[in-house]
Design a protein around this ligand. Structure first.
Ligand code: SF4
Ligand code: SF4
Length: 261
């Protein structure tokens, strides 16, 4: 089965939050606090959390805009709908001790709440700060890429609700080709800073299953510029621990034998 994913083209996001609403409605995600303003611009969600599996960031920037009298100070809004990256190398999945997190037949990463024990190891392992615990019992929640909908051949609720096709769902390889064409169009139109984020299989997480076209540096959107799977060195660490343990045992044995001799 081909791997599926999201290409989020932030250049056409209008900040309507239809994706956030559709996600909450389809997945019965609690709405507690969802209608309160944070005081941080028009953003009332603030960040991805156990109760916000999509988050539309609003970023206000001072920019120079052309006018008859030369460049003038102006303002532009960058909007971007963030989500779990469904990483190729998923640290959350690597550290889960119960098998609650698993890789689906679609290449996505899903949590099974009924066997999550609330240990929270995955929370500190995620290089994007995506997965989070609920306050009541500590179990973790995040985007499932609407696993139940994929299984019956439907697209995820957020992608279906997006009125501008900023959120595009489909075969990951096809999405990567589409994204490359789009970024070239934007460069030709003078958007020099347009770039793809998370699309490369050579990046620190082996490529994201949910990648983005951004109009500025990733940090501007609150995204890490060079994410690396946090379990990358785990194998080497255990090998060193094993070697140190073996050396210690050999030393103890040698001391014991020399005492007896
Ligand atoms: S973004 Fe975080 S929670 Fe999502 S698959 Fe990657 S490591 Fe796991
Ligand atoms: S894919 Fe489904 S679970 Fe994930 S953000 Fe979209 S609506 Fe929510």
């Amino acid at each position: 089965m081909p791997r599926v994913g999201f290409f989020t083209d932030t250049s056409v996001c209008i900040g309507c939050k239809a994706c956030e609403v559709a996600c909450k409605e389809w997945n019965a995600v609690p709405t507690k606090g969802a209608l309160e303003l944070t005081g941080e611009s028009f953003d009332n969600t603030s960040e991805l959390s156990a109760d916000s599996w999509r988050h539309v960031a609003f970023i206000e920037q001072q920019v120079q805009t052309p006018s008859e009298n030369g460049p003038q100070e102006g303002v532009r809004w960058l909007m971007s709908s963030d989500v779990c990256k469904h990483c190729t190398h998923s640290a959350c999945l690597d550290v889960c001790p119960t098998g609650s997190l698993f890789r689906t037949e679609f290449g996505t990463v899903v949590v099974q709440q009924d066997i999550c024990n609330g240990c929270g190891y995955c929370v500190s392992a995620c290089p994007y700060g995506v997965i989070a615990q609920r306050e009541d019992d500590g179990r973790v929640f995040k985007c499932t890429m609407c696993y139940d909908r994929l299984k019956v051949g439907s697209e995820p609720a957020c992608a279906q609700a997006c009125p501008t096709q900023s959120i595009q769902f489909g075969d990951l390889d096809e999405l990567r080709e589409r994204a490359q064409t789009r970024v070239e169009e934007l460069h030709a139109a003078g958007q020099d800073k347009a770039r793809l984020y998370g699309e490369s299989p050579d990046d620190g997480v082996g490529g994201a299953g949910a990648f983005f076209l951004l109009l500025d540096e990733p940090e501007v959107y609150g995204l890490p510029p060079d994410p690396i799977v946090t379990t990358r060195d785990l194998g080497a660490m255990w090998r060193r621990v094993g070697a140190a343990g073996a050396a210690l045992l050999a030393g103890v044995a040698a001391a014991y034998l020399s005492d007896r001799g």
